[in-house]
Write a protein that binds this ligand. Sequence first.
Ligand SMILES: Nc1ncnc2c1ncn2[C@@H]1O[C@H](COP(=O)(O)OP(=O)(O)OP(=O)(O)O)[C@@H](O)[C@H]1O
Ligand SMILES: Nc1ncnc2c1ncn2[C@@H]1O[C@H](COP(=O)(O)OP(=O)(O)OP(=O)(O)O)[C@@H](O)[C@H]1O
Lengths: 214, 214
Amino acid sequence: MHILVAGLGRFGRNLAINLTRLGHDVIAIDQDQGEVQDIAPDIESAVTGDATDEDVLLEIGAPDVQLAIVAMAEVEASVLITTHLKNLKVPMVFAKASSDVHRTILERVGADRVIFPEQEMAVRLAQSVEAPRAMDYFELLPHLGIAQIPAAAYAGRTLASMDLRGRYNAAVLAIKRGNELVVMPELTDRVQDDDVLVVVGRDDQLAEIVDASA
Amino acid sequence: MHILVAGLGRFGRNLAINLTRLGHDVIAIDQDQGEVQDIAPDIESAVTGDATDEDVLLEIGAPDVQLAIVAMAEVEASVLITTHLKNLKVPMVFAKASSDVHRTILERVGADRVIFPEQEMAVRLAQSVEAPRAMDYFELLPHLGIAQIPAAAYAGRTLASMDLRGRYNAAVLAIKRGNELVVMPELTDRVQDDDVLVVVGRDDQLAEIVDASA
Ligand SMILES: Nc1ncnc2c1ncn2[C@@H]1O[C@H](COP(=O)(O)OP(=O)(O)OP(=O)(O)O)[C@@H](O)[C@H]1O
Ligand SMILES: Nc1ncnc2c1ncn2[C@@H]1O[C@H](COP(=O)(O)OP(=O)(O)OP(=O)(O)O)[C@@H](O)[C@H]1O
């Protein structure tokens, strides 16, 4: 895709680089020439300029991109740029928020998606602390999600004997075994020492499974 | 758990609040009195002070916490505080990094886990852009993971007729329907307009499912 990233702070810069690695054509704009020069070799193109200026956005081809991401903490600039990009009919505009109020304003001016990296990572980290040895947690609904749980404590046992359903109202969706994934395993399957269980359930129940297997 | 959070920037503040919501006793320290006063009602206790001062850390009870999280962008302060906390035998010390170099240094001085929120959210967002209408992607193995995919294009059809297994080598692990989760649905189940499918498969195949259902 053709993607515009406005703002090369830590989030914007890492985003521009990762999107490029995934094969997208990324053009970035920042008013800081040093930031622009640093990233220029690593992405499609990087331009120095004021992204709140609609003429500048036209010059760099903003109307032709399929996705724009506005990555600045400052509310006024990010709201202005988001508004300009929606007026220029950019199909998808994502914007970074630096507070809950900022998030609300961005939603009101039409941001298709709002990201608050520091808050979202804080929530994810807080949830993984709850289940300290769970390798990762993916929320599906408030308090309900999927965790990756090392299975060593259950090595040799069948899923039926572990009875996660009966004890924790949790279901094993898959077993990660080395570089393989066994999807929707049979209850008669036996767990191996290095397996990681991909389990769905309430987050507090998942935390109990992790604690019980410690 | 008893948890210490050092630094009340956006990440530290959101972390302290979310850990408290999950039932932990959180003490926070920041040198900015305004930040400390703002958060004080919402957590166990908040203290104004210089966290690089080992005496201050002793005074606030750092040796008695089970987990400490150092949440500052400035390399020198975060490395100093991490080192003090490890010397004080705090069992788990996590630290926030603001660059890859910062991450390396924190690992060298013994941080048990390093988090770089802006980079990690940028990577996640870049991956979810790859499958643009997927609501979220959870990696299990390189190129293999779980995505949440809106099912509106399939409304009224059975899972069997959609044949995601035959066409995309993907499996529907669950259906998110309003506030409910239907885990390991039957092939005869019919998809409803607002359903979100929780699907496991290769990331490029998941992206194809999303594009095909556009
Ligand atoms: N009007 C503007 N036009 C172009 N670039 C801008 C404009 N305003 C700010 N920037 C750039 O946006 C970038 C990010 O700014 P800011 O400091 O607000 O980000 P941040 O959200 O704190 O960053 P981080 O992602 O590191 O947390 C800076 O490099 C800055 O030069
Ligand atoms: N030596 C110290 N002792 C206590 N608090 C400190 C010390 N040094 C910095 N802080 C506090 O740490 C907090 C975070 O600082 P900093 O600006 O480095 O964070 P940041 O990582 O950019 O924040 P964000 O999470 O918003 O991205 C600030 O509130 C600051 O007052």
